[in-house]
Design a binder for this molecule. Sequence first.
Ligand SMILES: Cc1cc2nc3c(=O)[nH]c(=O)nc-3n(C[C@H](O)[C@H](O)[C@H](O)COP(=O)(O)OP(=O)(O)OC[C@H]3O[C@@H](n4cnc5c(N)ncnc54)[C@H](O)[C@@H]3O)c2cc1C
Length: 436
Amino acid sequence: MQSLLSFLPDSWHAGPGILIGFGLLAAVMVQTALAVIGSLRRQAQARHQFQLERERLAYEVRLAKSRWTQIEHEKSSWNGWRKFRVVKKAAECADVFSFVLQPHDGKSIPAFKPGQYLTFGLDIPGRDKQVVRCYSLSSPPSDASSYRVTIKKEKAPPDKPGVPDGVGSSFFVDSVREGDLLNVKAPTGHFHLETAKQSPVVLISAGVGITPVLSMALDIAATGSRRETWFFFVCRNRSDHMLKAELDQLAARAENIRVVVCYSKPGPNDVQGRDYHTAGRLTPDVLKSVLPSNNYDYYLCGNGSFMKTMYEGLTEWGVPDAKIHYEAFGPATIKKTNATPPATTATGAGAKAVQVTFGKSGKVVAWDPATLNLLDFALANEVRIDSGCRAGSCGSCSVAVKQGEVEYLGGETNVGEAGSCLTCICRPKTDLVLDA
Ligand SMILES: Cc1cc2nc3c(=O)[nH]c(=O)nc-3n(C[C@H](O)[C@H](O)[C@H](O)COP(=O)(O)OP(=O)(O)OC[C@H]3O[C@@H](n4cnc5c(N)ncnc54)[C@H](O)[C@@H]3O)c2cc1C
């Protein structure tokens, strides 16, 4: 003790009383400091709580406003064709253009659900029939005065010389100009985000399949939703990277939205970190390596084989069927695990696959139960049938049934014109002869 005290200044050698005094003073100071820290912490917590509450209220106000706008806009919906003017045509990347449309009558337009599409009735010079095609809205519903679609020119298959490029998409890309008027049906479609929910989502797209899921992500950002959102997009490289500026802004603006871009074949000047995040195809393994768990609602859009791989990978990973939502722009055979059993002409050991005869094309093919509908089955067997919405509403894929019966996937009866079927939403019930 003596040696310890020898380090203290002389005035401090007054005795243990002073030491006790210092001890008490130190204890009071520590207690005061703890009280101050505690009070600061409580204040910070209260501030944080207040901030959260304010954000929650602001979000609810925005949601209420957007519901009100939606109700107001639903009143301005329409039946049949309505004229829309192309007010802007903008190149997005090679062969892809966006078109901003406003109603020619100058009246208001209905809000849509992010993920829905517009149906166009195209009067293409040299064609005796209107060409009906559907294009997803790539803008968010918060754009109350206009709609935007983003369209890729569908080139002829390289292995089929002499075949023309896609009719509708070529017309848009090559011929439609700013100021032109187009026939448009009101937004529709079952593939849309449940905006009332706050559960986490994963949005996955390939190529031009980005359009409906971009609208979903833009809606999440525009409404200020705190919903955890992952946005995966794959394209070949920078030259195919459509809507890049918008994706970059989305990633920078909303911290609950994380964007992952994959380039399947990066170009020599493409920079990882600036242009894309991962090189190679977007596969279920990429999702597994990035996502913290499989517990999300998944929205997929891309070509048939991409979606099939994704769907199968997600199912294997334990994602329930009800949490996987998808839309195909073209033929797709995603076999859902709850799909109805294969159509056969009899049951038991003597069961025989149903035969589909395409009269005009002179083809007789055994029905493949893994195929979703007669339209995809026809296209898979190189029988051309026109199509539009792929949802049974536009009537473009209607084909006369010369013999046999079909069944509708949603169990509908009395669909379309008598003696014909809407091939995009039905499958054979018995052996069939179609006028295709
Ligand atoms: C709900 C929905 C939303 C969609 N959203 C979008 C979107 O946002 N953006 C987008 O770009 N697309 C979208 N699509 C796809 C779009 O509707 C069209 O299917 C696409 O543009 C191709 O139409 P097309 O008229 O250009 O091609 P089609 O004329 O229908 O031709 C399709 C393909 O067949 C080839 N072909 C033509 N003739 C023959 C022949 N005799 N033999 C073999 N092959 C032939 C063509 O070269 C072309 O490659 C969507 C589709 C749906 C159903």
